[in-house]
Write a protein that binds this ligand. Sequence first.
Ligand code: DSN
Length: 431
Amino acid sequence: MGNPRESALKIRDMARRHNRLFGDSIPLIASENIMSPLAMEMLLTDFGSRYAEGLPHQRYYQGNQIVDEMEEYATELLRRLFGSRFADPRPISGTVANMGVIYGLTKVGDPITVPDLSGGGHISAAKFGAVGFRGLDASPYPFDPDTMSIDPDGARKLILEKKPKVALFGQSVFLFPAPLKELSDTFQEVGCRVWYDAAHVLGLIAGGKFQDPLREGAEIVSGSTHKTFPGPQHGVVLGQSDETVWKHVQRGLFPGVLSNHHLNTMAALAVTTAEEMEFGRKYASDIVDNAQALAEELHSLGFRVLGEKRGFTESHTIAADVSEMGGGKEVAEKLERCGIILNKNLLPGDQGKKSQDPSGIRIGVQEITRLGMGKSEMKEIASLIHRAITKNVTDREISESAAGLKRQFPEVRYCFGKLHAYEYPEFAKGI
Ligand code: DSN
């Protein structure tokens, strides 16, 4: 491993190689994004070295005067962007946000209704994830593969039967809005709390696309802040409920599941929130246009793109069944060798299949949109994917074309200032 200095420099070399890998690839993971220059700058500040447990002005550490100011500012920016009564910028990730909500709203053994994993549900809503960790009695909604959405009639029956304490919505393969409006009478009849995990679509909601859960009946919205919302790896909770419920959620976050809450990423979140106020509407609209264009193109090239009846997608995500092209694992690995980075994914109908060997792939266009790619690049990317999987070409031919296309779009857009994306930010001197 070499001496300690060499070991330290080896890690720097790995980081450099990683930046180059992404700089030369087409990034299509639906849960990732790149940050703006000002948000990136926040990560390197002294905020990242400090503690601030609890809420502003009720801390356990000295030295928090500016942290308090920044946290209150972040909260207010979030409240304004999302039009919510309450906001909490402290969760350090989407899953931690979800754990805090679960801890605040439920007791061990409570019934909860959740999106099904093979219908795109997230692991934190699964028995082996945060929901199970709290010992909740989880029942998944039926999913309709034809509409690629939760079946509203089936969900109504389930909610009436199980009488959940909480009804959770929001998926990780989230092509079409959840049926909140359709179920609003049912929620009232049962008296359950409605919680919406917006991790994937937070930026679309901020930009006025997809759906507006806080005005469609959700009392609590949680999310991560680094997918369609193009900020740091962090989380957020928004609330439209009464003050008592909100206090429970905040206590679920701290002292429930948080100690310190990572102040540098919170500052980056605040910067991104301000940037979303300025650029978010155009960005969200461009994302959805690109997703629809890429889905159409893949479909016309013979891919089994799901959600065809509804125009394939209303979000940043596309799901395709590639079981006849070798399956999700084989296709995702082949594309990785060709410089196209996406992930294999369970699809409806995959019940009983291993999540390591599912039928599908999931594609997200939020990162390539952030770099300024548009409809003609969607055509090119569809053609690269198609050629990589179906034609007798070498991996190298495709990866060179992918890198060539990528290098034409070096800058992060929809933000203040300029940054060459994926450039290595050398900071340490004199090593
Ligand atoms: N695992 C993430 C995703 O890819 O959807 C969500 O946490």
